[in-house]
Ligand binder design. Sequence first.
Ligand code: 6R9
Length: 648
Amino acid sequence: MSSKTYAPTAEMVANAHVNEAKYNEMYAASISDPEGFWREQGKRVDWIKPFTQVKDVSYAFGEVNINWYADGTLNVSANCIDRHLATRGSQTAIIWEPDNPDEGAQHITYQELHDNTCRMANVLKDLGVGKGDRVVLYLPMIPEAAYAMLACTRIGAIHSIVFAGFSPDALSARVNGSEAKVVITADEAPRGGRNTPLKTNADQALLHCSDDVKCLVVKRTGGQTTWVDGRDVDYNALAADASTECAPEEMNAEDPLFILYTSGSTGQPKGVVHTTGGYLVYASLTHEMVFDYHDGDIYWCTADVGWVTGHSYIVYGPLANGATSVMFEGTPTYPDASRFWQVCEKHKVNQFYTAPTAIRALMGQGNEFVEKCDLSDLKVLGTVGEPINPEAWNWYNDVVGGGRCPIVDTWWQTETGGHLMTPLPGAHATKPGSAMKPFFGIEPVVLEPASGEIIEGNGVEGVLCIKDSWPGQMRTVWGDHERFMKTYFADYKGYYFTGDGCRRDEDGDYWITGRVDDVINVSGHRMGTAEVESALVAHAKVAEAAVVGYPHDIKGQGIYCYVTLMSGEEPSEELRKELRTWVRTEIGPIASPDLIQWAPGLPKTRSGKIMRRILRKIAENDYGALGDTSTLAEPAVVDDLIENRMNR
Ligand code: 6R9
């Protein structure tokens, strides 16, 4: 394991918000006096009624209850827009870069953001949306996605964004799960030169939803085909006449801000709930510190607003800080593998934040795509979503960053609202692949997986939990507080259980080793193996299925499916294709199986439990190390699976 460190340049250290001494001092203060630390940080946002209480948290199993700034009131859109108008009304808030570069970028000022957000808010109000109502967004990466998010916060509605790559089935499940009043979508979503028929997908989804749900349709390409009178509403027509003023609703700090569905190890995706005050404080503080954002910088996070990264680090964090945030509709390789770097050059990007899967894909295309662009404005590079392998890290550092831009490898989760572990650009010498240090207020603990005992000292490995709360933490699972407690607070009592494993090296720096549960991470997209399994067994010809991850050069992990067919069904290449398409329609293209192995039987214990450990080893091509197989009901099943494994 590489232990070479990369120190920030003297210039970076001198200009950064936080150098090493300041990090040590602030971190120590945040742990010894969390109340005092977060009281001070709470002042980052504008309150309508200032808070007097800071933290009121119980991690006690059975009564988990998380509150921050609970008696304060505020409005998120006022913090992200209105409070900047006096000083930066004509500053660009969002630079929108379309899928096709020939279409030309848009620069949206804070004043324009205000006017368009208010228009959207008024349209939603006219549709009967009010405080506490849910609105589902199923949109391309267009400025209207940001307007819609901010418009919801303006009127106190709770948004739930469904990534445009999800299928109609996944969309209807989320519309129903959150009992949304309105779905906001667009005619089509251009990505990588191809158009996804979003409205057509929404039409299919809405067949399975209440007739009362309205569909607000934004025009993107003009490729509209169907229209359901009485249900579908033309956004552009209404927005043209809508007022550009809409008073922000006074919200309690603990009122829900958004729901975001994410995958876990069991069952269907759960609706992660974030609330208003603590989330905004945390998103804004981490955005400024972790990217070392300074006034006037151009900041670009390549994520989609359908993921938590897009929520916290395209919209809420940057806009709360009055930043200029780039919003990109396209893909890293369209029109060619130079696109990211051309956008960096064109908009003089200073902070660039992307996922390891994109870095690996671009690294494979050759350096000339990077080298032909002027990347001299870059100051800080970031990665998120999955562990980054040292080879990709080094390429990012050397070829993209020219060896002078610190890489912030940010570890966090949908549940955490913002970064929990990451180096800070001016404070830490980095190590390729290490998330390095806890952020302010975060106290990681490494636990013995079986006993839950704390493992002290350095050079240790175990499961990663967090002691105590931070303001950006999720508060509950939508409609199911029991599930919230069971998922995060039951296995290791008194701690927040992250689901990740980690190593604390000899220097005390942290390395995330990956999920310790049945969650896999495919191209940085989080997926429960159980979801893919239930999609497979929903197919008439499938009797049983077990899904595991396996190492994949570009995606990080690929989806490996063991499928047992109904008796009488014959395996064939056509059926493989059919099952792949089936899973894509059930969940979405991101869940497309990479490998499907026909399994006459699955390895099970005598009590009937599938032994996933063995399936994982076979998929990893590590069948020499199957471990204890003595509890197998039918050992011969394993020999067959090894014999016929897919990725030799
Ligand atoms: C923000 C986001 C969360 C899971 C998390 C972990 C993995 C995220 C990582 C990382 C290693 C990093 N993960 N960042 N692993 N290094 N820098 O990705 O949220 O989609 O909820 O995924 O992603 O396994 O538990 P989410």
